[in-house]
Design a protein around this ligand. Structure first.
Ligand code: CTP
Ligand code: CA
Length: 229
């Protein structure tokens, strides 16, 4: 079947999206994970592709269907996600980090299943994962990609969001609630606050994740156009 040539406002743009929660293995059976389902990031990838962008989705959510026109790379851990993203950075116009990256991983991996009594399972030692987004923010030059972060919070804390925006050196942050029945992990709806490095502020009241993805795409288009001027 012949594919129609892409059309839309993001034609010619390359977007990298990360989705899902990383899984940090302890042994062949156990891992440290989080509640991210990958729905938000997958919706963003879908929306960008529908607008004509070439989209790479670096995702842990192997159970979610890959949206049409999106190239998916499946990863498990933060270190794998970092490698995948770094491999795509040079050509990217924008990187959207919707993934929930584990802040820590077990310091060592045991290739045999740990026994609960004998092997110190109660004292698994953790080590910090690199902050993928902050690294990108530090390392990008003037020609580097637009960087978008997400902050999962248990309140819509604007000040904390602004701190993350500046500390990570990124262009846009989406603060979203994760502690309510109708927002965040696993559900199809979300509430959010978008903050830009230039002081822009957009509140998005309760909406679907696909609608929030459209709002984010609008903002992305706007920021990309501004950069080209
Ligand atoms: N992030 C990342 N690498 C990490 C941790 C976070 O790239 N090791 C990215 C996430 O993908 C997200 C953004 O940073 O886009 C914010 O993540 P968040 O967990 O809210 O921020 P942290 O800086 O980890 O702060 P904390 O968890 O202490 O609130
Ligand atoms: Ca974190």
């Amino acid at each position: 079947r012949a594919l129609a040539p892409p059309t839309g406002p993001l034609v010619g743009r390359r977007v990298v999206v990360t989705a899902g929660g990383t899984r940090e293995p302890i042994d062949p059976v156990r891992f440290i994970g989080n509640r991210s389902s990958g729905k938000m990031g997958t919706s963003i990838a879908e929306a960008c592709a529908r607008r004509g962008a070439r989209v790479d989705l670096v995702t842990t959510a192997s159970g979610l269907p890959v949206p049409p026109g999106v190239r998916a790379l499946h990863v498990d851990t933060a270190l794998e996600m970092r490698e995948a993203v770094r491999g795509l950075t040079a050509d990217a116009d924008a990187i959207v980090k919707a993934a929930a990256v584990a802040d820590f991983r077990p310091a060592s991996y045991h290739d045999q299943k740990l026994k609960k009594e004998a092997d110190g399972l109660a004292e698994v030692v953790l080590t910090r994962n690199p902050d993928i987004l902050a690294e990108l923010g530090r390392e990008r030059g003037p020609e580097g990609p637009l960087l978008v972060g997400f902050a999962a919070e248990t309140d819509l804390e604007e000040e904390r969001g602004r701190e993350k925006l500046h500390d990570k050196g990124i262009d846009l942050i989406v603060i979203n609630r994760v502690d309510m029945a109708d927002a965040g992990f696993g559900v199809d709806t979300n509430r959010a606050l978008l903050l830009t490095a230039q002081g822009g502020r957009t509140e998005v009241p309760l909406t679907t994740k696909s609608r929030l993805a459209e709002v984010l795409c609008n903002e992305l288009e706007h920021l990309l156009a501004e950069r080209d001027r």
